[in-house]
Design a protein. Structure first.
Length: 119
């Protein structure tokens, strides 16, 4: 990562340069592409609340249910991340991508890589 990647851009720079627009698109795609889909997120959170409420009456069952739920979330997240990786691969592996497309793909891989290491 270069110093330029950390420099805030002005509105004029963002509107005027294709690279800045590409960067904004890269960030939006990477951010939304590596999370659990919204409907699954809502379901998981609802189930988590039920597990927490059930702890009072049956602590052991609540912990067992929590283990199962966390396993499902991990599987869902892994499938989502793999799908995102395949989409990234599709951006550069078909045809003859230009250097800008390859740069964009590498940036997206870097962002995904760094996020994976912080999980």
């Amino acid at each position: 990562m270069t110093t330029a990647d950390h420099q805030p851009s002005t509105a004029t720079e963002t509107e005027a340069t294709p690279a800045a627009a590409s960067t904004a698109q890269d960030t939006a795609e990477t951010t939304s592409g590596d999370r659990v889909p919204h409907d699954a997120d809502v379901d998981f959170r609802s189930r988590w609340e039920a597990i927490q409420y059930g702890f009072v009456d049956d602590p052991r069952n609540a912990v067992e249910d929590a283990s199962i739920l966390v396993g499902e979330v991990i599987e869902n997240l892994a499938a989502t991340l793999e799908q995102h990786r395949r989409q990234l691969e599709g951006q550069w592996s078909d045809g003859a991508p230009d250097t800008e497309q390859l740069r964009s793909a590498l940036r997206q891989y870097r962002d995904l890589f760094n996020r994976l290491l912080t999980i």
